[in-house]
Write a protein that binds this ligand. Sequence first.
Ligand code: PAF
Length: 288
Amino acid sequence: MQIATTRDVLRNALAALRGEGGGRIALVPTMGALHEGHLTLVRRAKAEADHVVASIFVNPKQFGPNEDLDAYPRQLAEDAALLEAEGVALLWAPAVEEMYPAGFATSISVAGVSEGLCGAARPGHFDGVATVVAKLFNQVQPDMAFFGEKDFQQLAVIRTMARDLDLALPHVDNIIGVPTVREADGLAMSSRNRYLTPEQREAAAALPHAMRKAIAALEAGAQVAGTLAALEAELLAAGFSGVDYAALADSASLAPLTALGQAPARLLVAARIGGTRLIDNMAVNPAR
Ligand code: PAF
């Protein structure tokens, strides 16, 4: 596996890959601190493309001033070994100055789908995500790109950006969402789970459990507002210190729903335990 840390080396490495009889290139963008969820994206990419390019870049533009940019785990050598073992052809791991050289002045903002949920709780977060993902797409020009559904709103933002900007590589239809990978007790895998103390880690399992309970109630016809309030109360009782949101939304537009209709819906939650913010989302079957 080649590791590129400058755009020149990346360009040459991509040209070499494309020269090797061509074939389809898949991109798996990450911020590193890789876990089984990321490796699942790589395996899926490998199954569908001829060459997999992964990126590792802790993107400062998607962190707010009081967020965990400095604390975010960085372990490039360990991550590179994991990616190499999965058969990744090329790792793109630029420094901040390479991604955002002096004078960098552009930001991509996706209205609507970026605005509620995590967008409301983390102002500017999705502008940072859209900007860096647009750059990664332009730098690598992959035929397809893979993202985890754990960041469900992020996936919707990226797809909207790709559609609105008529991106060709990858085309919006080739931006592929991969189902969330979970620990044995149901907690969604996340690089931020490593911030949890053993007690917090145990309590965190209440998040998927309470969500499954809420989904069962909604699918059985329970009223939305009351079910979401009960879900929040259950998380606080389990040791969460706050709930940024617990929402039922249309799966495509992420517009809030006050009742379960015929369209696919999603339950999305962001909650804090100690200093750590956890997010999760699950499908809710439409009303019968
Ligand atoms: O999901 C992530 O790891 C990041 O938000 C992404 C898509 C790599 C952009 O920095």
